[in-house]
Design a protein around this ligand. Sequence first.
Ligand SMILES: Nc1ncnc2c1ncn2[C@@H]1O[C@H](COP(=O)(O)OP(=O)(O)OP(=O)(O)O)[C@@H](O)[C@H]1O
Length: 296
Amino acid sequence: MTSAPAVEVSALRKAYGEKRAVDGLDLVVDQGEILAVLGPNGAGKTTTVEILEGFRQRDSGEVRVLGQDPATAGRAWRSRLGVVLQTTNDLAEATVGEVVHHFAQYYPGARDADEVIDAVGLREKVGTRTRQLSGGQRRRLDVALGIVGRPELVFLDEPTTGFDPEARRSFWDLITGLREDGATILLTTHYLEEAEHLADRVVVVNAGKVVAQGAPADLGGRTARQALVRWTAADGPREVRTDAPTAVVRELADTYGEVPGLQVLRPTLEDVYLSLIEGSSTDPADRDLPTTEDVR
Ligand SMILES: Nc1ncnc2c1ncn2[C@@H]1O[C@H](COP(=O)(O)OP(=O)(O)OP(=O)(O)O)[C@@H](O)[C@H]1O
């Protein structure tokens, strides 16, 4: 069975005056997947997400979100989305419990407000006024409001900024649980570890365009994923990039016995990401990733 993608974007463009924030961006989010959008500050992530949410008008391009154009879709469509804004500040005097219960009333098939409060780890703060929450707690409340309506598609724009590591872990469990319930999730993040942990697929955006996409383990392609074998030869340090580090190490062992200074390094997602970002600022044809020749 093939179902229509939850999100389809092609040739999306949006400029603010002279600044081309989104510059021909293509994107597909399949139903039931967690897609992470990565990119440096100013890459166009928030602008794109806001267009998908129907909060911002595009200049051109095709956009379908749950089968509709966000620029013209109505209330019924909106109630199927979970939107977590970067920060909302109204209802400062209401308590956490009041706010979540209040929002739950807007949705026909809402989740139980108390279960949502537990899921985001705010049980102990249920009676606290929202203006007294810490940044990370405030963010968790935003997430609670985004998911209380049992949305089919959840947009999370930098959801864990300001979370401590423990809160981030429990948030990841929450998101994984949403996916297990059948939700599709599009998140933007600056944390590579978050993308690696959560996402089925990662899309890297730079200067308003997609520069790479794939499963976190495949991102950047084979060359970017090669292992680096380092050792110390008689005339100094050596290194080689290879798909077959075991064979290289075996050869070195035959030569040296115990190989001096032996290290086998695998690029992290962060290494791959940084090479993509550095390589994508000019013509796409110049976007080569480091190869054996580049290694000194
Ligand atoms: N309302 C606006 N008016 C003018 N320029 C804007 C506006 N919103 C965004 N921009 C510019 O558009 C570009 C893309 O911004 P956007 O917020 O979409 O990037 P981002 O990838 O979400 O960045 P960050 O990771 O910092 O949130 C930036 O250069 C930004 O300065």
